[in-house]
Write a protein that binds this ligand. Structure first.
Ligand code: ADE
Length: 235
């Protein structure tokens, strides 16, 4: 997978992809993230990429020409499955969306900045608009990093333990159960006996029940329309 990210603040995206899992994904040749500085596609000497909004009002608007030139330049190099615009008025990102994006080959992500991009860019090029939640960031860069992270870790081979993405919270519509590591007792706080029993089926059932309990308590909305009560136990 290749993810091309277009931004006016490339520095904001330098960190996330050069560490840990995302760095390893690139080293293994499984996912490549390239950051493109929109200013390099500006059409005037001042490298201008924003301008005043028609109709007035506070805030600048990302201009069509630099964005269009950048998108066209990238499109001439490869075909994109999605051209995504990060914006608070987009569709809310969730695990299901991450799963479906992880199956794609090439993604382009345009980070909104200032008041956002000229509407005509959205009409002409954008195939998907994504928000990471009902709050406003100072730009789409951190949101793009969130989306890229959630997507890349799902690509087969990126995580060492293949099953570990499958047991994440949300992957089966439930929150993850509590987890523990050594020591088995810390200042009188003990790890549940069942986890030390070595009995895999009982452990799986305990984890399932704890997942349901935790989901009921913290995110009952996730259980709506689900018949977990009557539910099957996990293998
Ligand atoms: N840009 C600013 N706020 C955002 C958000 N919540 N999601 C995606 N992009 C954004």
């Amino acid at each position: 997978m290749q993810i091309d990210i277009i931004t006016v603040v490339p520095g904001l995206l330098e960190g996330p992809f050069s560490h840990s899992i995302l760095k390893r994904a690139e080293e293994k040749g499984l996912a490549k993230v390239q950051v493109h500085n929109l200013r390099e596609y500006a059409t005037n000497k001042q490298k201008q990429v924003d301008d005043y909004a028609f109709g007035g009002g506070a805030g600048m608007v990302m201009m069509i020409e630099p964005v269009a030139r950048c998108i066209e330049a990238l499109k001439s190099q490869r075909d994109y499955d999605e051209i995504i615009y990060m914006t608070p008025d987009g569709e809310t990102f969730d695990q299901q969306m991450a799963n479906s994006l992880s199956l794609k080959g090439n993604l382009m992500i345009l980070c909104g900045h200032y008041k956002g991009v000229d509407e005509r860019i959205r009409q002409r090029y954008i195939t998907r608009e994504i928000s990471i939640g009902d709050f406003v960031l100072s730009g789409g860069e951190l949101a793009a990093a969130v989306v890229a992270d959630a997507v890349i870790r799902l690509i087969p081979g990126v995580l060492n333990d293949e099953t570990s993405a499958l047991t994440d919270s949300f992957q089966d519509g439930l929150l993850a159960p509590p987890i523990y590591t050594r020591p088995a007792e810390y200042e009188g706080m003990k790890v549940p006996d069942i986890l030390l029993s070595g009995h895999n089926e009982k452990i799986a059932n305990w984890r399932f029940e704890e997942s349901v309990r935790r989901t009921k308590k913290r995110r009952p909305d996730l259980l709506e329309g689900k018949n977990i009560e009557a539910g099957e136990k996990r293998k």
